[in-house]
Design a protein around this ligand. Structure first.
Ligand code: DMJ
Length: 933
């Protein structure tokens, strides 16, 4: 990519190549204009008020840092309740949490650059001297590679970056001679043995003194690591390489990133939470933007900013598309399965995902950032802090809060991007809550339970590294900071690395990168950057208008449901059965149905119908649960049907000897020429080479001006379309590679795009199952020249049924055969992965048949958890609690009226296979529910 093309319309703040130099941010450019254009909305905060709040942040920092230095230093952390230091091995083990503690004065190192941001230069100078004098990086301690990298290596590098900046200014740090950098290099070499795996993914832990191999090391037997653990190294490692000229660090970090990219799930472009460092197999296949994955995405985008390597942006954009397609359900961000991304993996969110709106600002996608941030803010207003995990209906799932900074981080970035003083008010609330609920005489204590306000004897180092930095910067004007923050990028621990590194010691670039990006489609690139002139054209109320509909999203969630579920948790009873969890083969579920007055009727045609008679429920509470269950089921079914009722298309063979009598039912595509809006496409057919159409055709002369036949499989449908279009084809027919498949026995689906812009595809594309496709292939063999018509004139099922009753006309034998090969199924599902292995996910089965009086729904297992309304339970985003009885009744009736096709699904996948498939999903879901972050 050319530098000029990198960012359209962004201008440039920093002399280097990238628009993303706006980052420290990202938004630097945008916010300059945003803050100056602000004219309306919430009352702008006065300079005095901002200064007051800034001073308050300084006082709070002094309280936290002062108490750490007084009562804990040189220990790693302060124990703010008992006013002493936490020393590894001397306190009861807290499991993985302790892996961050390496007897290296963690909090001091993590605080270094915060001191400079907060204009405490003298304290910084003292702190650096203490680090050089006291810190030992050679302790016999097993530490987390990830934590040591982001907190200690990042802390040393951030300290070094600002030390040289200060030295250059000529007033402070004149004695400094790169000593922090030398320590960072020493630590870097200590971490390198962790990368000694065939995959290049680092072991999760290393012994600072004994490395990996020595018997004393007490590590090196792990097989798995988290994606963020392996994918959050590049900023620090590349900075270390570029500062020192030792290329090895950047090379190792790049190799790990390359491997993760290679291992992404190819059809969803998502990554799982944990991966086997030896085999590269995904161990946990759930995928979100929070715990376990978060900073992997962050580092892809920021690596592009810092290093100017386009491949990182391309990877980020590919993942981002997938996140927005599957995980983002604004304002929620919900984990899904990487192989079945339409299937939610859990019904709760973790607090770490609160960084994501900030990253979205960096990417320039402001609207969802505002939405998610607003939802999170409402959760905070309800519980004072963001609980470690909370459900989709905003109940507390895990009640701790270790003073995490992610929400403050996103607030800062959103303020920078929008200039909306609302975000200053948000910051003010954060300050108030910290002082009111977390402040203790010896510092600030983590919350053990946000509901009760109880404390934990813990103050994590990231509280000083990040929280105070973002809060201070939120209220600071340019002149309040002694250097230009826009010249730096924030690491995930908010350490500052200078953007000039992008042009220094670049010799490691791309050494280990795969060649694959070059094969990817350029249209996936999003080279634009946040620009408030475009984002808020003449409308300073933009951010407010996005927040407005979400104003009461948390408060107005239905309390009845919440209380009910919480009560059942408290009493040890099981929570009510949710529609998405229901399995028709699970006897326990059938028992619950019975209690709720719901009966399961197996219809003759294989469909399953659910009917509820409230009067038959065991109690009024069970009846209400039954109604809720039915409502959820109806929502699921109705959503699914909406997606599925798409008209089929037709491929008609018009040449000799068929003369239009063979009409094959075909699936449409979500891209290319829409045959319902345009005239049919007519042409001779030709097989493409390669037959899968996944690369440039080697026989363009054969398909030029013709309709190309391509086999399903190996790559995305859209990619095939592009390849045949480039070879000059005027249309394409994808033929299923599943031998024996037919639209008689399988529901049709529409071919979805590849998550990128598919406007470039102009030709019509249709899908034929194998049996129908082989009719065309046989015809080519027998008659060579075969001409077909692609149209939307699929045989109408009703007329077909009518025809079945008609006696055959005299010369109708060929018509009859055409009838036989014309599918009667009118249900068209959507398949976005080309791989046929995935098709079962999208297979539509029993359709809704709400025939009974009380309420009825059918079960339709595939993709059912993808519906956000389902995840919100009885909450809707307008904040209204649903009137279950009325709504259910209404929905039940509308369903019947508006779905004339509800009983069409006669040609269905056998129930056993559907249930087996569904069962598998549910089992995976249940397993993940049990997992801890
Ligand atoms: C910090 O150590 C880093 O931000 C990390 O990426 C995950 N979150 C913690 C603070 O919550």
């Amino acid at each position: 990519m050319s530098e000029a093309g990198g960012c359209r319309g962004c201008g440039s703040l920093v002399p280097q190549r990238t628009p993303w130099s706006l980052v420290a941010a990202t938004t630097a450019l945008c916010l300059v204009s945003a803050t100056s254009v602000w004219t309306a909305g919430a009352d702008p905060m006065s300079r005095e008020e901002k200064q007051k709040l800034g001073n308050q942040v300084l006082e709070m920092f002094d309280h936290a840092y002062g108490n750490y230095m007084e009562h804990a230093y040189p220990a790693d952390e302060l124990m703010p309740l008992t006013c002493r230091g936490r020393v590894r091995g001397q306190e009861p083990s807290r499991g993985d949490v302790d892996d961050a503690l390496g007897k290296f004065s963690l909090t001091l190192i993590d605080s270094l650059d915060t001191l400079v941001v907060l204009n405490k230069t003298k304290e910084f100078e003292d702190a650096v001297r203490k680090v050089l004098r006291d810190v030992n990086l050679d302790n016999d301690v097993v530490v987390s590679v990830f934590e040591t990298n982001i907190r200690v290596l990042g802390g040393l590098l951030g300290g070094h970056s600002l030390a040289i900046m200060l030295k250059e200014k000529g007033e402070h740090m004149q004695w400094y001679n790169d000593e922090l950098l030398q320590m960072a290099k020493q630590l870097g070499y200590k971490l390198l043995p962790a990368f000694n795996t065939t995959s290049g993914l680092p072991y999760p832990r290393i012994n600072l003194k004994f490395g990996m191999r020595k018997p004393e090391a007490r590590t090196g037997t792990e097989t798995d690591t988290c994606t963020a653990c392996a994918g959050t190294l590049i900023l620090e490692f590349a900075a270390l390489s570029r500062f020192t000229g030792a290329t090895v660090f950047e090379e190792y970090a790049r190799k790990a990133l390359d491997f993760l990219w290679e291992k992404r799930q190819r059809s969803s472009n998502l990554v799982g939470v944990t991966i086997n460092i030896h085999t590269g197999d995904w161990v946990r296949k759930d995928s979100g933007v929070g715990a376990g994955i978060d900073s992997y995405y962050e580092y892809l985008l920021k690596a592009y900013v810092l290093l100017g390597d386009d491949s990182f942006l391309e990877r980020f954009n590919t993942h981002y598309d997938a996140i927005m397609r599957y995980i983002s359900q604004p304002p929620l961000l919900l984990d899904v399965h990487i192989h079945k991304p339409m299937l939610n993996a859990r019904t709760w969110m973790d607090a770490l995902l609160a960084f994501f709106p900030g990253l979205q600002v960096l990417k320039g996608d402001i609207r969802p950032a505002i939405e998610t941030h607003e939802m999170l803010y409402q959760v905070i207003k309800k519980h004072n802090f963001l609980p470690e995990a909370f459900t989709t209906d905003f109940r507390v799932h895990w009640a701790q809060h270790p003073l995490r900074p992610e929400f403050a981080e996103s607030t800062y970035f959103l303020y920078k991007a929008t200039g909306d003083p609302y975000y200053l008010e948000v910051g003010k609330t954060l300050i108030e809550n910290l002082n009111k609920y977390a402040r203790v005489p010896c510092g600030f204590a983590a919350m053990k339970d946000v509901r009760t306000g109880s404390h934990e004897d813990r103050m994590d180092s990231f509280f000083l590294a990040e929280m105070f930095k973002y809060l201070y910067l939120l209220f600071a004007d340019k002149e309040d900071i002694i250097f230009d923050i826009e010249d730096y990028i924030f690491t995930t621990e908010a350490h500052l690395l200078p953007l000039w590194l992008s042009t220094t010691n670049q010799n490691t670039s791309k050494k280990n990168t795969t060649s694959e990006y070059t094969e990817l489609d350029d249209s996936n690139f999003d080279w634009t950057c946040p620009n408030t002139q475009i984002l808020f054209p003449n409308d300073p109320l933009y951010a407010q208008s996005i927040r407005e509909p979400l104003k009461n999203v948390v408060d107005k969630s239905c309390p009845r449901g919440i209380i009910r579920v919480e009560e059942s948790f408290r009493s040890g009873a099981k929570p009510p059965l949710r529609a998405r969890d229901f399995m028709a083969t699970n006897p326990e579920h059938l028992e619950i149905l019975k209690k709720m007055g719901v009966s399961l009727i197996h219809l003759k045609d294989g469909r399953v119908q659910l009917v509820q008679h409230a009067i038959q429920a065991a109690s009024s509470i069970d009846a209400e649960d039954g109604l809720r269950f039915m409502q959820e089921m109806i929502e699921l079914s109705s959503q699914q049907q909406k997606e599925q009722q798409l008209p089929p298309r037709a491929v008609q063979i018009v040449s000799h000897p068929f003369f239009g009598r063979v009409v094959l039912t075909a699936g449409p595509a979500q891209f290319g020429l829409d045959l319902s809006k345009h005239k049919e496409t007519r042409g001779f057919v030709a097989s493409s080479k390669p037959y899968n159409g996944c690369s440039e055709l080697t026989n363009p002369e054969a398909v030029m001006g013709k309709i190309a036949l391509i086999q399903r499989g190996q790559c995305m449908f859209a990619e095939k379309a592009r390849n045949i279009q480039n070879a000059g084809a005027i249309g394409g027919i994808v033929i299923d590679d599943n031998e024996g498949s037919s639209s008689d026995t399988a529901p049709l689906f529409q071919m979805a795009g590849d998550g990128k812009d598919t406007d470039d595809i102009k030709i019509p594309m249709l899908f034929l199952f194998s049996k129908e496709g082989s009719i065309i292939l046989d015809a080519i063999r027998d008659y060579e020249e075969v001409e077909v018509l692609l149209s939307d004139k699929a045989k109408d099922r009703d007329s077909e049924i009518e025809n079945e009753d008609q006696p055959s006309s005299e010369n109708d034998s060929q018509n009859q055969s055409a009838e036989q090969i014309t599918s009667s199924s009118q249900e068209v599902d959507s398949v976005d992965q080309e791989s046929s292995e995935e098709s079962s996910l999208n297979t539509h089965s029993e359709s809704l048949s709400p025939a009974d009086t009380d309420s009825a729904a059918s079960i339709s297992p595939s993709e059912q958890t993808s519906n956000p309304t389902e995840n919100l339970g009885t909450t809707n985003l307008d904040g209204e609690c649903t009137d279950l009885d009325n709504q259910l009744q209404e929905q039940s009736e509308t369903e019947e009226d508006s779905n004339p096709n509800v009983s069409w699904g006669k040609k269905v996948q056998p129930i056993d296979s559907i249930l087996a498939d569904w069962n598998e999903d549910i089992e995976a879901f249940e397993m993940m529910e049990k997992d801890e972050l």
